[in-house]
Design a protein around this ligand. Structure first.
Ligand SMILES: O=C[C@H](O)[C@H](O)[C@H](O)COP(=O)(O)O
Length: 254
């Protein structure tokens, strides 16, 4: 009996383990290459994104003695902790409103390098830091590459909203986009909704394939109470997509 049980369980466990490892290898390869190519010792201020991929970029940066003088600007609580734990110089936007380069992850990236971001609810600060950066670089495993936003990332576009406005915004969204099914993002280890680093709520909204991300972004940002939309249009200069075999696809904005 035990033999059959072990036999039945083993293959799926192994497959899941392998695929997670493969994804992590892709993230790491993209992050290492991006740091090696874009974070030069001539830079003074570097923005650090949020999420799981950026951890590898910080790992690579902390091993570089020639980057010890650089000040790093975080995009979230998580990113601030990463900078501090790596003993890198932590800065803020008040002191450094102009950033040389920012590296960040993404949930989906289209062929024009427009992105969906905010899977970790960090897109408000990320977009502010991206807008303050001379160069904005995306790192991701190759699952994130897509022809059209909304196809690979099926959790919806994250929208950060003022808490007192969330139900009004949901009503507006249902009126303007009847099939969008906006959902208030709920926390998993806390009762109630996810509360962002800025004290706001997140709505995840399904628009299907997004043919014109910047038109959609412009419509959504005009809804009163919407603070930021997780669509990053015309911001990314270059994207590094890593595969499990270590190969990397580099895409530049045309
Ligand atoms: O809110 C989170 C950020 O936008 C992340 O950069 C994005 O979700 C990608 O995260 P990961 O590197 O974990 O895929």
């Amino acid at each position: 009996m035990l033999y059959f049980l072990v036999k039945a369980i083993t293959p799926s466990v192994t497959r899941r383990h392998l695929s997670t490892t493969a994804i992590e290898q892709g993230k790491k390869a993209a992050a290492y290459r991006a740091v090696d190519e874009v974070v030069h010792s001539s830079l003074s201020v570097v923005g650090i994104g949020s999420g799981s991929t950026i951890r590898y970029a910080v790992d690579r940066i902390k091993d570089r003695q020639d980057l010890a003088h650089v000040t790093y600007i975080p995009t979230s609580f998580q990113s601030r902790m990463l900078i501090q734990d790596a003993n890198l110089k932590l800065g803020n936007l008040e002191q450094h409103p102009a950033i040389d380069v920012t590296i960040d992850g993404a949930d989906e990236v289209d062929s024009q390098l427009n992105c969906i971001k905010g899977g970790g609810a960090c897109h408000l600060q990320e977009k502010i830091i991206a807008s303050a950066s001379k160069r904005f670089i995306i790192i991701a495993d190759d699952r994130k590459k897509s022809d059209t936003l909304g196809v690979n990332w099926t959790k919806g576009v994250p929208i950060e909203v003022l808490p007192m406005a969330f139900s009004v915004i949901m009503l507006h969204l249902k009126t303007y986009f009847p099939s969008a099914a906006p959902k208030l993002r709920m926390a998993t280890e806390k009762a109630g909704p996810v509360v962002t680093d800025n004290g706001n709520f997140i709505l995840d909204v399904h628009f299907g394939p997004i043919s014109s991300p910047s038109d959609l972004e412009n419509k959504l940002i005009r809804i009163p109470g919407v603070i930021e939309v997780g669509l990053f249009c015309n911001l990314t200069d270059r994207a590094y997509f890593g595969s499990s075999d270590g190969s990397i696809h580099v895409a530049n904005r045309g």
